[in-house]
Ligand binder design. Structure first.
Ligand code: NAP
Length: 238
């Protein structure tokens, strides 16, 4: 039996990972600030631990709870994230700080807290974004945070390799979740027009790749896009 910790496991991509890992028989714990609004389809043994990844003390308590309940950890998925848009001439410092604190420093602090309790051969999967690998106007904070996650992934892959711990980055394109639900139809269509597949992805499709990457045995420090072909184009769409 393996133990998984999924940050941002209450909703969206993280939630889909939780469902797939639990269905395969894993013990799963989640970190989020609020509990899942709907536990339908989640086995009783999925442990929701109220944790704010922007608060190192909250993370420390959360990891301790998981350790007490399940012992060591085999897989950590850093999916907790927030998006705040804004160009360099418009973004306020508060939005920048929130995005960096959650998407980048949060993942760093979770990795730092779990490293001592990761079992040999464990896996960390960080959830990046296409805009962390390509310049997308209006995403100065989010793109910078996700680019930082790419660096964190590679450094940790090397540092933790002697313990047989793999660290990889899965890079979703545009996925239908609460994070993207606020986009108006016109803006959404403009994004869809740039995707070679001509459609957005689902949380389930991203989770399938996260689970496969977590289970791989010889992949580390890798960047794995799941984006309907977004990164393969020069922006010309289909
Ligand atoms: P989502 O549906 O908005 O879910 C975000 C999750 O993160 C929730 O469980 C949320 O729970 C949690 N979270 C946010 N801030 C947190 C904090 N301070 N502490 C603990 N948990 C926190 O978003 P999603 O679309 O599934 O995104 C998941 C990951 O994929 C993110 O890293 C995102 O950047 C990345 N991504 C998404 C897309 C996309 O198109 N949707 C594309 C590329 C990458 P609480 O609010 O209750 O804390």
């Amino acid at each position: 039996m393996s133990t998984w910790l999924v940050t941002g496991g209450s909703r969206g991509i993280g939630r889909a990972v939780v469902e797939q890992a639990a269905a395969a028989g894993a013990d799963v714990a989640t970190f989020s600030r609020s509990p899942a609004a709907d536990r339908a389809g989640l086995p009783e043994r999925v442990l929701e631990v109220k944790t704010d990844v922007t608060d190192p003390e909250s993370i420390r308590r959360g990891v301790e709870t998981v350790r007490e309940q399940f012992g060591g950890i085999d897989v950590v998925v850093n999916s907790a994230g927030v998006h705040r848009g804004g160009r360099i001439d418009g973004i306020d410092r508060e939005s920048w700080d929130e995005v960096l604190a959650t998407n980048l420093t949060g993942a760093f602090e979770v990795c730092r807290a779990v490293t001592p309790v990761l079992r040999e051969g464990a896996a960390v999967v960080n959830v990046g974004a296409v805009v962390g690998l390509r310049g997308f106007p209006g995403d100065v904070a989010y793109g910078s945070a996700k680019a930082g996650l790419s660096g964190l992934t590679q450094v940790l892959a090397v540092e933790l390799a002697p313990r047989g711990i793999r660290v990889n980055l899965v890079v979703p394109g545009f996925v239908d979740t609460d994070m993207t639900a606020g986009l108006n139809e016109r803006a959404r269509q403009r994004v869809v027009d740039t995707i070679p597949f001509g459609r957005t992805g689902t949380a389930r499709e991203i989770a399938e790749v996260i689970v496969a990457v977590a289970r791989s045995t010889y992949m580390t420090g890798a960047t794995v896009p799941v984006d309907g072909g977004l990164l393969a184009t020069f922006g010309g769409g289909r």
